[in-house]
Design a protein around this ligand. Structure first.
Ligand code: BGC
Length: 736
């Protein structure tokens, strides 16, 4: 850094082009290349700046929305390794992913690029991907930091969120990945957070990311996210992408000369850029396309969720003739649109894959090019369904419905497809509906008419074979929903506040995102978070929880006739402590593979965080003292086993002052008992509890009420006693 001129430094903190850092030959600094994206490599071909849709061929793994349903850390790590090898083959130093934003609303157009509505699932799978990727010597770029939960107005909108909600929900997945895996880079997002752009957000980038979480890498901006370059540098956005050109360099130079940007700040960012360049592997690699395609298939198989299987229609017997209806079977939609779009090395279609198992007849049923009613296609499909023993009906959202850059406005399938489901199921009750969609869709009003439903999300290039394997029972479905499927869009907790108005979106539902809301408010959903069927059954027994709550064990048994995988989900339900919290929250999970009749003991190691919530007033994570229920659930809604553990609290004592309400004086371990002994609790008049009535009144004002049997002098003494640490410590010991 010392050898560089000010001009060179200013130039180095911006990209040297769309996809690379700047090279300074005279200083021996090479450029490094970065590429999208989370589920496969999108390396633009030469002379093609954006490279949308026509990048160098790469393996298209299932997008996050699919792979999240696998709940399989090892599998995601393997994909990370594969991405790393492909990146090295193409000379790419940093892969722009994973994206761990929380799915706040099912409408977010980019939900297919994100894992879950839950931060533990998002964080654990994001961490697994970073682990795999960085293990090959290629950097990750954890994105989009932070609160980028919609596409509408994404460059301007301010997410208005309270700190507890940020810490517990929206920052948590990032925290898990950063503290555990140290991604080489973090990408600051387009939006503002409580009025301040993420790229200029000192609290986010300096205080939380670096100081609290110990992030040591480089922060780069999302493409075009920098609004004010100097403010962004000061806040901690080291590298602006893509390179905005010499005017920006001059601005930085001028700011240093004018003293509005400290030289030290610039130097720090420069040194981070240099470290990233140094860190980057120079040696290439090679990968076997077929091996990666096989991994993409395996990943797709684990991404599919069996939602419904009436009378065990699935799996079909070998060689069972089937009618396949729906254009998606022939022209699969394997991923979403936008910057993450991979140009796949090959694509399996379900139509071809099914034909390997059994005689297949096909009718497209609808057109994906013209999403309007086509009576001829409709009738042909219904005629075929009438003559068939079993129908495999492929429906889903067409390409244009989901993309980076815009959100959906409803959850419905295209109307011609809904009509097709109605007609086909009316003539053939043995119909399996196979869904293709990146974000959650409504299963209404046709749900009950389908004998079986497979939610396949978006499966990447190996999806066709994966679907056929599950239908004919080569594998048992093992996916579990990483997001709730509501009955109606209006049931979703963000409904009234999505996507906001006038550059503001208020996260009014607070921490009650997804199942955290449905379970707490008792709102029925079509399928809960964590749900998924299998071709076998599992039972649970012998739940043990250590006295401090941190070691949990449970036995899971494959009690059915076939081998299969179960996702063991551990939830914690907190005591009522006056702060409204979700009824239960996922704290850990583990996927186990079991043969028929086999059992396994699953052990979880928790940390105190599993029992904590963020106390914004105290500025720290706190554990409330009381009874916690540790639960093993088949989903967020179906608890199988539970055990209670009583924990000591770590809530910082509330300091009393004359402004403290009477309720705080009563809750205080010193003054509370004194007041109660003084008869405070019994005082009532005409059936009205007087203490309750004044509980929110500050002491200062109570003292002014005529006739109150308290004097200012007494209160002063009480204050000193109440805030004495020693006395409080003793009182807490005795209160247990
Ligand atoms: C997206 C990022 C992506 C970048 C580069 C942006 O529009 O938000 O996710 O990595 O473009 O393509």
């Amino acid at each position: 850094v010392r050898e560089l001129t000010l001009e060179e430094k200013a130039a180095l903190v911006a990209g040297g082009g769309f996809w690379n850092t700047l090279a300074i030959g005279s200083a021996g600094i090479p450029a490094i290349v970065v590429s999208d994206g989370p589920h496969g490599l999108r390396t633009p071909k030469e002379h093609d700046q954006l490279g949308l849709g026509s990048s160098v061929a790469a393996t298209c793994f299932p997008p996050a929305t699919g792979i999240a349903s696998s709940w399989n850390r090892e599998l995601v790590e393997e994909i990370g390794v594969a991405l790393g090898l492909e990146a090295r083959t193409e000379g790419v130093a940093v892969v722009l992913g994973p994206g761990v934003n929380i799915k706040r609303s099912p409408l977010c157009g980019r939900n297919f690029e994100y894992f879950s509505e839950d931060p533990v699932v998002s964080g654990e799978l994001g961490a697994a991907m970073v682990r795999g990727l960085q293990g090959t010597g290629v950097g990750a770029s954890l994105k989009h930091f932070a609160l980028n939960n919609q596409e509408t107005n994404r460059m301007m909108v301010s997410a208005e969120v309270d700190e507890r909600t940020m810490r517990e929900l929206y920052l948590r997945a990032f925290e898990i990945v950063v503290t555990r895996e140290q991604p080489w880079t973090v990408m600051s997002s387009y939006n503002r957070i409580n009025g301040v752009y993420a790229t200029e957000n000192r609290w986010l980038l300096a205080d939380v990311l670096r100081a609290e979480w110990g992030f040591e890498g480089l922060v780069l901006s999302d493409w075009g996210a920098v609004d004010d370059r100097i403010a962004a540098l000061v806040a901690g956005t080291d590298l602006e992408m893509p390179g905005p050109g010499p005017a920006s360099d001059r601005e930085i130079v001028a700011a240093v000369r004018a003293g509005t940007l400290e030289q030290e700040v610039l130097d720090k960012s420069v040194s981070r850029v240099l470290r990233l360049v140094e860190q980057s592997a120079t040696a290439g690699a090679d990968y076997d396309e077929r091996t990666h395609h096989a991994l993409a298939r395996r990943a797709a198989t684990e991404s599919i969720v069996l939602l419904r299987n009436e009378a065990d229609l699935l799996p079909l017997a070998a060689a069972q003739p089937v009618s396949v209806i729906g254009e998606f079977a022939r022209s699969p939609r394997i991923q979403g649109a936008g910057s993450s779009q991979v140009n796949p090395t090959r694509v399996d279609t379900a139509l071809d894959a099914l034909a390997e198992f059994a005689p297949v007849r096909f009718a497209p049923g609808y057109s994906l090019v013209q999403p309007i009613d086509d009576p001829a296609l409709h009738e042909e499909a219904v005629a075929l369904a009438t003559e068939s023993d079993v129908v495999l009906l492929f429906v889903g959202l067409p390409d244009g419905d989901e993309s980076e850059g815009y959100d959906r406005t409803h959850l419905d399938l295209p109307a011609p497809q809904v009509r097709l489901i109605a007609s086909v199921t009316a003539v053939n009750p043995r119909t399996v509906v196979i869904l293709t969609n990146g974000g959650v869709i409504s299963l209404e009003p046709w749900h009950d008419s389908a004998a079986a439903i497979l939610e396949t999300w978006l499966l990447g290039q190996g999806g066709g074979v994966a679907i056929a394997d599950l239908i004919f029972g080569v594998a048992s479905p093992s996916g579990r929903l990483a997001e709730s499927i509501p009955f109606r869009l209006e049931d979703n907790p963000s409904y009234l506040n999505f996507p906001g108005e006038g550059n503001i979106v208020r996260y009014g539902e607070g921490v009650f995102v997804g199942y955290r809301y449905y379970e707490t408010a008792d709102v029925a959903v079509r399928y809960p978070f964590g749900f998924g069927l299998s071709y076998t059954t599992f039972s649970y027994s012998n739940l043990t929880v250590s006295r401090n709550g941190l070691r949990v064990g449970v036995t899971v048994t494959n009690s059915g006739p076939k081998a299969g995988s179960e996702v063991v989900q551990l939830y914690v339900s907190p005591p009522m402590d006056g702060v409204r919290s979700p009824r239960r929250e996922l704290r850990e999970f583990s996927k186990v593979v079991l043969n028929a009749g086999e059992s396994a003991r699953v052990q979880f190691e928790l940390t105190r965080r599993a029992f904590s919530r963020y106390d914004a007033a105290a500025g720290q994570w706190v554990v409330s003292g009381g009874d916690y229920s540790v639960q093993i659930g088949r989903s967020a809604h179906d608890v199988e086993l539970e055990a209670t553990v009583t924990l000591w609290g770590s809530r910082p004592p509330v300091r009393l002052s004359l402004d403290s309400p009477i309720s705080d004086w009563l809750a205080n371990p010193i003054t509370g008992p004194l007041f109660r002994r003084g008869g405070a609790e019994g005082s009532s008049e005409g059936g009205v509890n007087l203490v309750e009535m004044v509980s929110s009144m500050p002491m200062r004002r109570l003292l002014r009420v005529p006739g109150v049997p308290l004097r200012a002098g007494q209160v002063k003494v009480l204050l000193t006693l109440a805030n004495s640490r020693v006395l409080k410590g003793i009182a807490r010991l005795f209160s247990k």
